[in-house]
Design a protein around this ligand. Structure first.
Ligand SMILES: [Zn+2]
Length: 497
């Protein structure tokens, strides 16, 4: 058996080597003058034995951009190649006509319409922002998608850029020199990559349990923010806390990129999106309590949401992906002392219990959430967050009581995470898995009934008949439960990790 194994290894090594030599590639060369709103892109790529290559630009699903050909402009190729553009499908087809070398050049227009100021942070999040002294770009906003499955090696390098501008890229974040080449395989970066450059940009590096963390912010804005100062508690205590919570440092790097909106005339709260190893936020006001919560919630999704999800897609069981994520967020904000008792109780009472028990759709079935999510976001959008957080808190109390304080919900989540990691990537983590894992801590039939009634059918938990740990008590006024800490109880002790 040993000989056969050895031969197999030798053969496969040879194959990989032979394959690597003819690996397809896409090499981007970028240029920006620093005071214009135009990014020049030059893409050289391989196209062996093909008559034509088809690229696609932009994604209307990414923030609903409808004016994609106002962003990509002046698309051109060298003779004898010919370019054809289908504006409806956003397909850019290059007929090679026998050419051996392949290059396409285009411009990305990141200008603002100043008579149409930004009214929601999403507007600037989902479009390229290229303005005097500042550039923020997601790769969906300036690179081309390839339609074949060739998984090329993609590289980026800057040709012209303003001297002394700070630079960050999320492909190889340790590479801070734009004149140095960075590369990765297409499937590693096709989800999302973020580029930032500017003289109003500050990039700091932290070491969190031996993982490189990057803090990328605008230096100055009209709200007087000191964003590096606002974010430092996350790097110093929140991220270490959440790594300890999950017992997990299996992570190449992580970045937070928070920048001020550039085209807003009034104060606008923060909006953001997560990507594989980072979180991007834009804001147009002071970085306050809400922004702290958003930063903590979104970065916590690395585990609940990305590394571990219930169901086939995130919409199936948002009570878990959003609600349980909110509970781990609160635990770690408390543990890292970014949230004190007052903020913890405010989030649970005012933002969660009150709003949920007053909601007209609080009893909606889990299946009706996805259907109404975008059309009635005000009611349905927040429903799974609140419903799931309330149940996570309830379940944590049940586990603590059943084990006389020996175990908490964290133990169950850690078991579930181990269970997830033992499954193959295409296997789905199911509600049945959640119940089997939880059965170590509380009665299986009871847990199964709770999930069915409270999370799937949507019946609100009746806190009149619920026993909590001694540290907590709930009073009900006009049907609205309100949580209090018992005398002498201390959140830092309850949520010690
Ligand atoms: Zn979320």
């Amino acid at each position: 058996m040993k000989t056969i194994y050895l031969i197999f290894v030798l053969m496969s090594t040879f194959c990989v080597h032979a394959y690597a030599q003819q690996k397809p590639y896409m090499d981007y060369v970028l240029s920006w003058g620093g005071d214009t709103s135009i990014l020049e892109v030059e893409l050289t790529y391989s196209a062996s034995q093909k008559d034509s290559t088809v690229f696609v630009f932009g994604d209307p699903g990414f923030g609903g951009q409808n004016d994609i050909f106002k962003v990509i402009k002046n698309i051109r190729v060298n003779q004898p190649e010919v370019v054809k553009i289908d504006y409806a499908t956003r397909q850019i087809t290059i007929h090679h006509n026998g050419a051996k070398k392949h290059q396409i050049r285009y411009e990305i227009d990141g200008s603002f319409n100043e008579s149409l100021p930004t009214v929601a942070s999403q507007t600037e999040l989902f479009r390229p922002v290229i303005t005097k002294g500042l550039l923020t770009l997601v790769n969906k906003q300036f690179t081309l998608e390839i339609t074949d499955e060739s998984n090329p090696l993609v590289s980026f390098i800057w040709r012209d850029h303003p001297k002394n501008f700070n630079y960050f890229n999320s492909v190889v974040p340790s590479q801070r020199d734009p004149l140095k080449n960075i590369s990765a395989y297409y499937n590693q970066i096709s989800e999302m990559v973020y580029f930032v450059m500017g003289d109003n940009i500050d990039v700091r590096e932290y070491n969190v349990m031996d993982i490189p963390y990057y803090s990328v912010t605008t230096k100055k804005d009209k709200y007087g923010n000191d964003l590096q100062g606002s974010l430092s508690p996350f790097f110093e205590s929140y991220f270490p806390s959440i790594h300890r919570f999950w017992n997990d440092t299996d992570f190449p790097f992580y970045f937070l990129a928070v920048s001020a909106l550039q085209n807003n005339q009034k104060e606008i709260g923060a909006g953001g999106f997560g990507m594989k190893n980072g979180f991007v936020m834009k804001l147009g006001r002071t970085f306050g309590a809400w922004e702290k919560y958003v930063t903590a919630h979104e970065t916590a999704h690395t585990w609940l949401g990305i590394k571990m999800m219930l169901g086939k897609e995130s919409f199936d069981h948002q009570w878990f992906g959003e609600g349980f994520n909110d509970y781990t967020t609160l635990i770690n904000l408390t543990n890292s002392k970014i949230y004190g008792q007052e903020e913890f109780l405010h989030y649970l009472n005012e933002d969660t219990l009150k709003k949920h028990y007053e909601s007209e759709v609080k009893g909606a079935h889990n299946d009706s959430i996805a259907a109404n999510y975008w059309t009635d976001y005000a009611n349905y959008g927040k429903l799974p967050y609140r419903r799931g957080l309330i149940y996570a808190f309830f379940l944590d109390n049940q586990i603590r009581l059943a084990s006389n304080g020996k175990f908490t919900l964290r133990n169950m989540l850690l078991d579930l995470y181990r269970y997830r990691k033992a499954k193959s990537k295409d296997e789905v983590l199911t509600v049945d898995d959640f119940i089997s894992v939880g059965a170590t801590y509380i009665d299986k039939e009871e847990l199964s009934q709770q999930v069915k009634r409270f999370m799937i059918e949507g019946l609100p938990i009746d806190f009149n008949n619920v026993k909590l740990i001694d540290a907590f008590n709930i009073k009900i006024n006009d049907g609205i439960p309100k949580l209090n800490l018992s005398e002498g109880a201390d959140l830092a002790t309850i949520y010690l990790i």
